[in-house]
Design a protein around this ligand. Structure first.
Ligand code: G6P
Length: 485
């Protein structure tokens, strides 16, 4: 495969087009998928070990674009990002992205069944947008390419491509949890079967944890009657593999940035306000699945039970705006605002507020400075496919001090076993974990962080993607051996 190019398809591109007073601007996108893939694609440019140096990234530009601006966006996308925008009309995107993706799949796959909306129109737009992606991909895809499709927005796409180009290697990676069969079966049968058949159009289907892989295989068996042996299934005479690939981070980007001038400046600036306190960092995209309310309740209980810590500790709460077009996200934002206000009003004094709250994007070096200065990271999702923030915090602890408190319901808890693991539904456990973390002896902090760092260094994002692509090639080779026999 000397001239194989890597074609990436994901709903979100590394940039998002925003309208700023009538002028279109490109802003960096947020979220684990974009951060991780960008780091991998950058590394390809500098690697001597792969022939996959050329890539094209297809995705939605983040807004509906007028015809007159499409060519301009296409050109900037290609020259600055190697990207190929898939333009979708506003109403269709609304029903797809704010509808089926984020009102049906997202809450169901994150174990919020009571939040799930079942609307046949939004299922139709899900199919329609997957078809748009298929059409756009067919404009660029060559038989010698490798296609890697990402995440829950595009689960019908592998099969659509397979029907148009039967032999091209197709990989699919799911960045969110795959739920247990009991949850998945809540979907109308036609949708559930459509999603599984869509995914099985790929040659390799990857998940963050062993559990998600098993849940997927169970659903394939119960709904489609297809059995698997060691993750291998035969689908229309073709071998398909499901496997586990826990996504890593660009460890050195964070670790090295700690000593950069920019981070140093940020740290100095932050020290002016924070040097008198121990600090606890908490960073998330706005989402009900992130368990921010539970976290705040746990922190409140900690303050109530530990007056000796008053005026000595500050929680730095960063919430990155996300999906504000979905009602549930508006609601959770209001609830967070209120709870922060209540806690600060209840415990704050004129010279100390227990919570410093920032709702907005935080630039990279400021984020690293925050991670690096914070004695504790408090990460308590109710469900999370992986959670890369926990890994970023560990990587940013250059001197190996610091304590990570992590929910056992995040995929990352399977690897970061030296974290202080908590059940996010147990406020009492969160409160005790905060106290223990703040009082943990340095020796113990170091021994925990060092173990986690060595694991994150070894299995970083480049290793994750390389493993996936290598296994995809192996599966493809296995299929041709099977055919020639
Ligand atoms: C999660 C999903 C990604 C998504 C990101 C940001 O990490 O797995 O696919 O891109 O959230 O969400 P957004 O809706 O802004 O793309």
């Amino acid at each position: 495969m000397a001239d194989a190019r890597l074609i990436i398809a994901s709903n979100r591109l590394p940039f998002t087009v925003v309208d700023s007073n009538g002028r279109l601007e490109l802003k960096a996108s947020a979220g684990g998928l974009v951060t991780g893939l960008s780091a991998y694609l950058d590394s390809l440019q500098h690697s001597a070990f792969t022939n996959l140096v050329e890539y094209v990234w297809l995705g939605w530009p983040g807004a509906s674009i007028d015809d007159e601006h499409k060519d301009g966006i296409k050109e900037v996308a290609a020259t600055r990002f190697n990207a190929y925008p898939v333009f979708v009309q506003e109403e269709t995107m609304e029903a797809f992205y704010h509808g089926f993706c984020n009102k049906t799949i997202w809450p169901l796959f994150h174990y919020f069944p009571s939040y799930v909306v079942y609307e046949s129109e939004s299922w139709e737009s899900y199919r329609e947008v997957n078809q748009y992606f298929c059409d756009a991909i067919m404009e660029v895809l060559r038989p010698s390419d490798i296609l890697w499709i990402h995440d829950y927005h595009l689960m019908l796409l592998p099969r659509m491509i397979r029907q148009s180009m039967p032999d091209v290697p197709i990989g699919f990676f799911l960045h969110i949890p795959f739920p247990s069969f009991e949850l998945f079966r809540l979907l109308p049968k036609k949708w559930a079967a459509g999603i599984l058949e869509g995914l099985l159009g790929a040659d390799l289907i990857g998940f963050h944890t062993h559990d998600y892989t098993q849940y997927f295989l169970r659903s394939v068996l119960r709904i489609l009657g297809i059995e698997a042996n060691m993750g291998q299934m035969f689908v229309d005479g073709r071998m398909v593999q499901a496997d586990t690939f826990p996504m890593g981070i660009d460890f050195h980007r964070f670790n090295d940035a700690v000593v950069s001038k920019e981070t140093e400046m940020e740290r100095e600036r932050l020290k002016n306000t924070l040097s008198d306190f121990k600090t606890i960092i908490s960073v998330d995209r706005l989402d009900y699945s992130k368990g921010v309310l539970n976290r705040l309740e746990g922190f409140e209980l900690f303050l109530k039970d530990n007056p000796q810590w008053h005026k000595k500790v500050v929680l730095l709460l960063v919430i990155v705006p996300s999906r504000i077009g979905v009602d549930r996200y508006q609601t959770i934002k209001t609830q967070i605002d209120q709870m922060v206000g209540n806690i600060n009003g209840r415990f704050g004094t004129f010279n100390w507020m227990p919570i410093i709250y920032k709702y907005g994007h935080v630039p990279f070096h400021q984020l690293v400075a925050l991670y690096n200065m914070s004695d504790v990271a408090l990460i308590t999702p109710l469900r999370d496919g992986m959670n890369l923030v926990s890994k970023e915090y560990v990587a940013s602890r250059k001197d190996a001090t610091g304590v990570l408190i992590l929910s056992e319901l995040a995929g990352a808890s399977k690897e970061l076993v030296e974290a202080v693991l908590i059940n996010p539904n147990d406020r009492g456990e969160i409160a005790i974990a905060i106290k223990n973390a703040l009082e943990m002896p340095l020796e113990e902090q170091k021994s925990r962080i060092e173990k986690m760092q060595s694991r994150l260094k070894k299995y970083d994002v480049v290793k994750w993607a390389t493993d996936f692509i290598d296994e995809l090639k192996d599966v493809k080779e296995g299929q041709s051996r099977f055919r020639t026999r």
